[in-house]
Each structure stands twice: as C-alpha cells, then as structure tokens.
Write a protein that binds this ligand. Structure first.
Ligand SMILES: Cc1cc2nc3c(=O)[nH]c(=O)nc-3n(C[C@H](O)[C@H](O)[C@H](O)COP(=O)(O)OP(=O)(O)OC[C@H]3O[C@@H](n4cnc5c(N)ncnc54)[C@H](O)[C@@H]3O)c2cc1C
Length: 304
C-alpha cells in the first residue's frame, strides 16, 4: 500500500501527463549503467524541459523528494530503491546561436551534443564525446577528462531551485570544483545549460573527437560507472587500489576490473550491496596501506 501523500502526487502527475506515464515501483536497475538498484516509489520520464520542471514542482508541492536521473552512469542506487519521485530526464532540445554559443536541455546526450557541435563547426565540446551521460548531470558533477572539464565551457545554467523558482546561474555561482559544484550540495535541478564554443572546421573537430575516443579504447567495457573514486591529490585511485593487490577481487557479481582498478564491473547478477562492499573494501585497504582516504566519485542514491 502506498502512503496517501504519494498517492496524491501520483494522481496529480497522472492528471498532468496521463496515467500511463506515471509508473509505480519501477525497478531502477533498468535505468542505471551498473544495472543495479531497487524500485522508485514513483517514476516519470520527462521528454521536455517543461515536463521536467512541472513534475519536479508537483513533487515539491506534495512534500515528496525528487531525484533526477540522466543515464545513471555515475550513481549507485540502493537495492531498497528511492523514495518519492524519480524523473528520468530525456529533455533534449539543442540550439546553436551566433558566436559559437550552444544551448542544450539537461537531458541531452553528451555524445550527441558533441557530434552536433562538430557538424555546426563549434569546437570546444569534443571531450564530451567519450563521457556517457546527460548535460544536466555533467554540469552538476563537473564532468570532464584529465585536461578538460565542463566548467571550462559553461556560460550559464538554468536551474530549478529548491523553492521551485527558475534562475540562470553564472559559472562563479555554480561554484565548480573537481567533480563538484554547488548543485551537488543543494540538490537544485539543471533545466538547461549554455556553452561557449569556438568556431573551427568540422573536419578538425571530428579528428579531435576521434582522438578522444581512441584514448578510451583501453578502458574496461561492461556495466560500470567509469571511475568509482576521485583521484587523490598527486596520485591515482586506480594505482593505489592496484598496489593493494585488489585487481580482479569479486564480491557477489561485482568485480574490481582487471584492466583498471578504479572501475568496478557488474559481471552479472550483482546487487548494489555488492558494489558498496567492494567500494568499502578498497577504501579500507588503501587507508591501511597508504593512509589515503579515497572519496567516491560515484553518487549514492536512495535508502542505504
Ligand atoms: C565507461 C564510463 C566512462 C566514464 N568516463 C567519465 C569521464 O571521463 N569523466 C567524467 O567526468 N565522468 C565519467 N564517467 C561518469 C559519468 O559518465 C558522468 O558522471 C556523467 O556526467 C553522468 O551522467 P548521467 O546523466 O549518467 O548522470 P546520472 O548518473 O544519471 O546522475 C549523476 C548525478 O547527477 C544528478 N543529476 C542528474 N541529472 C541532473 C540534473 N538535470 N540536474 C541536477 N542533477 C542531476 C543525479 O541525481 C545524480 O546525483 C564515466 C562513466 C562510464 C560508465
């Protein structure tokens, strides 16, 4: 039996979007790269920025927590699932303006955006080609490579505040840091973002994109979240975990990748608790051997 306030929210969402689009107890493993995670009380796929804003506002009005999911490429969702409303964000309108300015809805696939930018002769977004995920999450977690971060190209981001207001935030207000921004603290939702590129020829941009993809060929394949831990100052999490002899270690269906010790793979049938247990084991061993406290890059969602 659902709690009455969730029932009220389900009804309001159904009135706004149609009953068939509001799902109860949707298993989130289907929507996350690691293929683990339990049910969402309520689940809704937003196809436009307007739907994203309306659904999030309705949840707030009913006092229920709201969680936005992009591709689930950077999250560990608990086996117990997520309470409240989960919005799968597929708002993906893009617009190319003068002076190499690009606007993209927060559910836009980063790889699609990079390819569109190349076709339009807009350089600077090439590095996004190899990062699985959406624009909104990339802004929230300041996604990037070793040399380029999304914070370097953001002109401003349109956000839904915790009070339900819509505001544009400038980069200094977004408070970007290594795999971090104010949005991770506040839970504000990115509706869309505006990027500043540079004009260049599509051919040169495509060559650079191909190079970004080539570098990634030595990454492990299979269900993962990319790097599980942030790199500590002056070192690499993968090197430290490998030096503890943990490469290949398995718990349940979860395994520290043989190819890269900062990746954990779901080799089949893993539970979220297996992932969490491997994460804790790696942290404990690295702390014991090196006195270094590893910090997760992956975000925990739901009830732990
Ligand atoms: C093989 C592989 C390689 C990777 N390589 C890289 C890499 O090189 N660099 C890198 O930075 N990352 C990398 N990642 C991690 C991941 O691709 C990025 O973190 C990406 O930004 C996640 O996007 P997503 O849409 O899947 O986010 P999700 O996992 O869906 O969400 C991540 C977090 O952002 C929040 N969020 C989602 N949408 C919004 C929104 N609109 N507004 C506010 N918050 C939101 C979620 O609630 C969650 O807390 C890699 C992952 C994989 C699987």
């Amino acid at each position: 039996m659902m709690k009455p306030d969730i029932e009220l929210l389900a009804n309001r969402l159904a009135e706004a979007f149609g009953r068939a689009r509001v799902k109860r107890n949707e298993i989130l493993a289907k929507h996350c790269n690691w293929r683990v995670g339990g049910p969402a009380d309520l689940f809704f796929r937003a196809n436009t920025a307007e739907e994203l804003v309306l659904a999030a506002r309705l949840a707030k009005e009913h006092g229920r927590p709201v969680t936005v999911l992009g591709f689930g490429a950077n999250v560990l969702v608990s086996d117990k699932g997520i309470r409240g409303l989960v919005i799968l964000n597929r708002a993906q309108r893009t617009a190319f303006g003068p002076d190499a300015v690009v606007q993209a809805d927060s559910g836009t696939n980063l790889a699609v955006l990079a390819k569109q930018a190349a076709q339009e002769g807009v350089a600077g977004l090439e590095f996004l080609i190899g990062i699985p995920g959406t624009v909104g999450a990339a802004v929230a977690v300041n996604a990037g490579t070793r040399t380029e971060w999304i914070s370097g190209i953001v002109r401003r981001a349109r956000i839904l505040t915790s009070e339900g207001a819509v505001r544009w935030l400038a980069p200094h207000e977004l408070d970007f840091a290594y795999r971090n921004s104010r949005l991770k603290r506040t839970g504000e939702i990115v509706i869309c973002a505006e990027f500043q590129g540079k004009p260049d020829s599509p051919e040169r941009i495509e060559q650079r994109m191909a190079e970004h993809l080539r570098v990634r060929q030595n990454q492990p394949t299979g269900p993962s979240t990319g790097s599980v831990f942030k790199n500590p100052d002056g070192d690499f999490a993968g090197r430290l975990i490998e030096a503890c002899g943990l490469k290949g270690l398995r718990i349940g269906g979860a395994q520290i990748a043989e190819m890269h010790a900062n990746f954990i793979l779901n080799t089949g049938g893993a539970q979220a608790r297996d992932m969490k247990a491997l994460i804790e084991r790696a942290k404990t061993e690295v702390r014991r051997k090196f006195g270094v406290e590893l910090e997760e890059e992956v975000r925990y969602l739901g009830e732990w």
